[in-house]
Structures are given as C-alpha cells and as structure tokens.
Design a protein around this ligand. Sequence first.
Ligand SMILES: [Zn+2]
Length: 435
Amino acid sequence: MYWNPFAEKMSERELQEYQLKKLRQTVEIAYRYSPFYRELYKKENIEPSDIKSLDDITKFPFVKKQDLRDNYPFGLFAIPLSQIVRLHASSGTTGKPTVTGYTEGDLELWTESLTRGLYSAGVRKEDVMQIAYGYGLFTGGLGFHYAGEKIGATVVPISSGNTQRQLDLMRDFGSTVFACTPSYMIYIAEYAEKAGLSIQGDTKLKIGFFGAEPWSEETRKRIEDKTGIEAINVYGTSEIGGPVVTECYAKSGIHFWGDIYIIEIINPETGEQLEPGEKGELVVTVLGKEGMPMIRWRTGDITAMIAEKCECGRAHPRIDRIMGRSDDMFVIRGVNVFPSQVEYALMLLPEVAEHYQIILERDEKGIDSMIVQVEINPDYSKDYSSQDRLRELESRVAEHLRTHLNVRPRVEILEPETLPRFEGKAKRVQDKRRL
Ligand SMILES: [Zn+2]
C-alpha cells in the first residue's frame, strides 16, 4: 500500500528532523540565488542561519500572489532559464498570469508527490486512467499524466471537454480511473443518464480524482451515489507545483507529504499560526524546489489542519477539504460568506440539484441583497409544479440557508437545466455591486 515506504512510513519526529534540515537548505538556496528572496530577507534583516528550529519559519515573511505579479514573469526564479525545462502559468483572469518554472528535479518532485497520493488511493499499474483535466499551461492534465505513467497505469490523455467522446472512450478503453473537476464529473454523470447509460453498469470506472475547485462532502456523496465510484479529493496550485496531494483510500483529509512540504494554517488577517482544527489560510513551503523556490506561499485557500492520525497510519500532516478562497469570500450585510458554505447547505436538501449560482446586488439606497438561484432536483419537480408549492419551497430553502450562513438570501428555484454548466472551473458568484 506504499509507493515509497521509506518516506511514507516516517514518524512525526523523523519528519520534523528532516524538515528542519531541508528548510535550512531551501532558504539558503533561495537567499543565495534568487534576487527576490535575498531582497525580501535583507529588508527583514534575517538570514538562513536564523533557522535554529522549525518554529523559526515564522520569522520569514510570506510570499503572496502580488509578489508574483510584481515580478512577472521570471523574477522569483533562482536558476537561469537554460536549466528550466518547463513553464506553466495560471490563466490570469484577474491580472497578469503567474508563471512557474520547473527544473528536471522539480518535475520529479511533483511527480513523486502525486504518485504517492494516487497509489495511496488505490491506483495500480493495471488501471486505465482517463485524464479529463485540461492539458497545456494549466498544470492539471500533465500533472496527472506523469504520475499515472510513473505508476505504470495506462494513461489516456483525453483532456477536458467533449463529453460524448469521454463516455465513448471510457467504455471502449475500459477506463477504471478518471480525473477532472467535480462539477464536470456531475455534468458527465447527468449526460450519461440522459443518454440512457449508467456509469456504474456500463463502464468499469472505480476511482475518480476531483479538484481544482472547492467541493463539499455532500457533493462527494452525490457523485458516489450517481456513479458508484470512490470520489477522492485532490489539492494543488501551480505555484507549489500543480496538483500535488490527494486523500488516501480513507477519504478523510488530504495528506501533505511532510518530507516535501511544510504546511501552516494562519489567520488571514493577522498572519498568526492557528491550532489544528481552526479554519484559516493554508501556507505552503516546498522543500527542495529549485527553479522557483516557494517559501511560506500564501495559497489563499481556506482549510484546517487535522490533528488525529489517519486510519492508514501515515504520520504526514493532513488538511481538511478546501472550504473556499480567502479572496472568493464575500461580505454581505457584514457577514463573511464562502460560496462553498452555500453549496454545503444546499446539498443537505434533497429537493434541490447541485447547480446553483449566487448573485449579489445593491439597490439605490445602498442596501445589499444576495440571491441564490438553484435548480430543482428533477425527481422532485412534479411535487412542486404549482406556484404555491414552489414559493413555499423557496422560503424553506431561504430559511435553511439563513441558519447556515447567518444571513437570509432571496431564493429562486429554477427549472432543471436552466443554469450554466462548466467543463472547467465553475463560476458560482456574480457580484454586481462593483459596477
Ligand atoms: Zn491516510
């Protein structure tokens, strides 16, 4: 059950000793070779030799998205371009894209990390792995590609989109493992149903790896019920390498390999470290990353550390599923709301489907309102065919959301298949207040 038994079976103490040694090396290299880090640390008057214990990591400043934008494209690199063998970049929808450069060693590190994850969740060389993440500058497709090949699985690099073809090849090739965004998996399952196909009955699919957008435990249940597969959570961002970590077969939190990453959870406002179980922003340091060192990278993703040991026995740190992005969070009438909280609350109600959208508006008097549009679950649409029944359901859903969010939205229940579907990342919030 271990891909790399030596690393995966390290005890907590062994991991910490190893982390301290690697942290010193990583900071030393960044300080010596990356002008960005040298300047950052000189400004704070700190040096690599200030690291005496793991706690000393808190003396070093965070690296933020803005640092990458200000130093676009290669300003954080610690190595000349001649030794960089690949570039990836974020889509840059909200500003300049952020660029990551990889040495050969960085690609190996990335592959090692994800390979351990896929293996721990049950992928073996007998598997046929259909990769429906996008290939290209986005890291999803190629990340899974190399990890799947490393295990020796038969990789199908189909990329995202073209749902009919996804289903055809899934059947023809006997795919057993599938990787894509959770919203795309739901779309594929619905598409299959309409075409009179059952993923469970007509394909050999058994495991799916889903990530690149936050999703809830209830969505996991829905995917598993609809398809009969094990739905495994994946995490990563291009800055820390790409999709790098996953849950193991126990599906109870994402293992961050302690010999490759140091993770912290901080209060996004004050920057202070939080205790296990407390929700905050995930900060990642990648040990031994060469091309573009990442030391105390603020991911912007909200989660919590899990203190209890996983049933698989690994002592490597674990995080809860991502609850949202600190910058996706919106404030409505003074209350902080993450879109994933809305999703979680909606999924508890069987009458509504998993397709929803949040609209934020401001009237002439400056008063904000939140509208949640959600499709009715087709199995229930007959029960709510009268306007009265529908209004009653809307007010019940609004009240249910109020108890979960501490703010009462207006709810509009829509007919099945009226909201947009997403083949990549879902866009759930339309904030019309900033016009
Ligand atoms: Zn585990």
